[in-house]
Ligand binder design. Structure first.
Ligand code: PLP
Ligand code: LYS
Length: 416
């Protein structure tokens, strides 16, 4: 969180006081740092310099078009999982020729639009999806570049909800079926087999599971070569973790160096789909303490940010660091559960946090740039938060706070 630091006890986003941003834009608000986003992307791009490679930022991590635009300007590619994400990429100035399309159930209309826009590759997750793509491509008289997402049955050692590379998970084609499915893909007239793809999970803090998966994919690539199918690119998905508490994940440089080392003299184009490791530490979410509610068992700090704004703690029991925006000189540190206004006992952003706070104080939830706003909802008819980006000490509103009028647009009562 280098771009969010204290100066004389006051939290700054770059050199802008976070309290000033709160005053201008209200709370809860997501604050992103352009510099942090750029540096995180460049960590990948620079580690791959001199190689045929593509860094496809996983749009789902943070799909704000201001965020996408910052990355597009650096030449990023994008990993999408819906046509909505592709439209965002286009609106943000991204290049469709650098887009890979993941996801287990691409609809015909989504495939059609992606083919018309000329994306780089479809990451296909089942045989049925291969046939669907071939049929839509034939109707449009196009040839679709594909890679198969292979499920290598590797334990990513992460939360079960964000583990994707095990036999039990819905994702990809089982590695033992892959050679047969590739042969089928190769036989289809409107498909061009280009790559092999996998994504074994998110928030990985060790390099070994990635390398285990890589070893299995390399074996598959050699088997396919024996079948006369030449694989040109290797897409290892996303998944590199960040530090939320005390995790020490490998850096992108370390991870990529280990991958390149494993490739030997194979001349494969490399594709990565990082989401969290680009966006998480580029953002915080700020919220205000409304009330303190203390009884003999517990102290609750009731805040104006809730599970609808940031669902990671409620959904995965994820730990997110929460810090005061202005450090109090006086008063006492007490232990609080930080709970929101939503009518659910699971509505908390943090538990048992030692803080010196009073009503009206501002708090910042750290590392909230990924899977924060993008997973927010209108539950309890709450309006979605505002999003701002700090750039060169300027604060830009990149999504205005939603209003109830915005929310009700499109809803209707029955006639009569
Ligand atoms: C196919 C695919 N690629 C990339 C990502 C991005 O993962 P992460 O944010 O962990 O880098 C995901 C999400 O886990 C994914 O499902
Ligand atoms: N949404 C998850 C990660 C899942 C990534 C998508 N496959 C999180 O907040 O940690």
């Amino acid at each position: 969180m280098d771009n969010f630091q204290y100066l004389n006890g006051r939290l700054c986003a770059e050199e802008v006081l976070v309290s000033q941003i709160a005053e201008q834009y209200g709370t809860p608000t997501y604050i992103y740092s352009r510099d942090a986003l750029e540096r995180a992307y460049l960590d990948y791009a620079q580690a791959l310099e001199g190689r045929d490679a593509l860094v496809c930022y996983a749009v789902k991590a943070n799909s704000n078009i201001g965020v996408l635009n910052v990355l597009a300007r650096l030449g990023a590619g994008f990993d999408i999982v819906s046509i909505g994400e592709l439209e965002r990429v286009i609106k943000a100035g991204g290049d469709p020729a650098k887009v890979v399309f993941s996801g287990v159930a691409k609809r015909e209309d989504e495939i059609k639009r992606a083919l018309e826009l000329g994306i780089h590759c479809f990451n296909i997750e089942s045989e049925a999806e291969l046939d669907r793509l071939n049929q839509v491509a034939a109707e449009l008289d196009k040839v679709a570049a594909i890679s198969l997402r292979v499920n290598p049955d590797v334990d990513a050692g992460t939360h079960p909800y964000i583990s994707t590379g095990l036999k039990d998970n819905k994702f990809g084609v089982a590695i033992e079926d892959a050679a047969r499915v590739y042969a089928h893909a190769h036989s289809l007239s409107h498909l061009d087999v280009q790559g092999v793809d996998c994504h074994i999970g998110s928030q990985l803090t060790e390099v070994e599971p990635f390398l285990d998966a890589l070893d299995r994919l390399l074996l598959l690539i050699d088997t396919l070569a024996g079948q006369g199918i030449t694989i040109k690119h290797l897409d290892l998905g996303g998944g590199l973790g960040v530090c939320y508490t005390d995790e020490v994940p490998p850096t992108p440089q370390e991870y990529i160096a280990a991958v390149i080392d494993r490739l030997g003299d194979r001349s494969l184009k490399l594709i990565f789909e990082p989401g969290r490791s680009i966006a998480a530490n580029a953002g915080i979410m700020i919220t205000k303490v409304e009330f303190l509610k203390c009884n003999e068992h517990k102290n609750f700090a009731i805040i104006d940010g809730a599970m609808n704004d940031l669902i990671r703690p409620a959904l995965y029991s994820a730990y997110m660091e929460i810090v005061p925006v202005e450090v109090r000189e006086e008063g006492e540190v007490r232990r609080f559960d930080l709970v929101g206004p939503v009518c659910e006992s699971g509505d908390f952003l943090g538990k048992d946090r030692e803080l010196n706070i009073e009503p009206g104080d501002l708090l910042a939830v750290c590392s909230a740039g990924a899977y924060g706003f993008g997973m927010s909802s209108n539950y309890n008819t709450r309006n979605r938060a505002a999003e701002v980006m700090v750039d060169d000490n300027q604060v830009h509103l990149i999504r205005k706070r939603e209003t109830i009028v915005d929310q009700l647009r499109g809803e209707a009562v029955l006639p009569g």
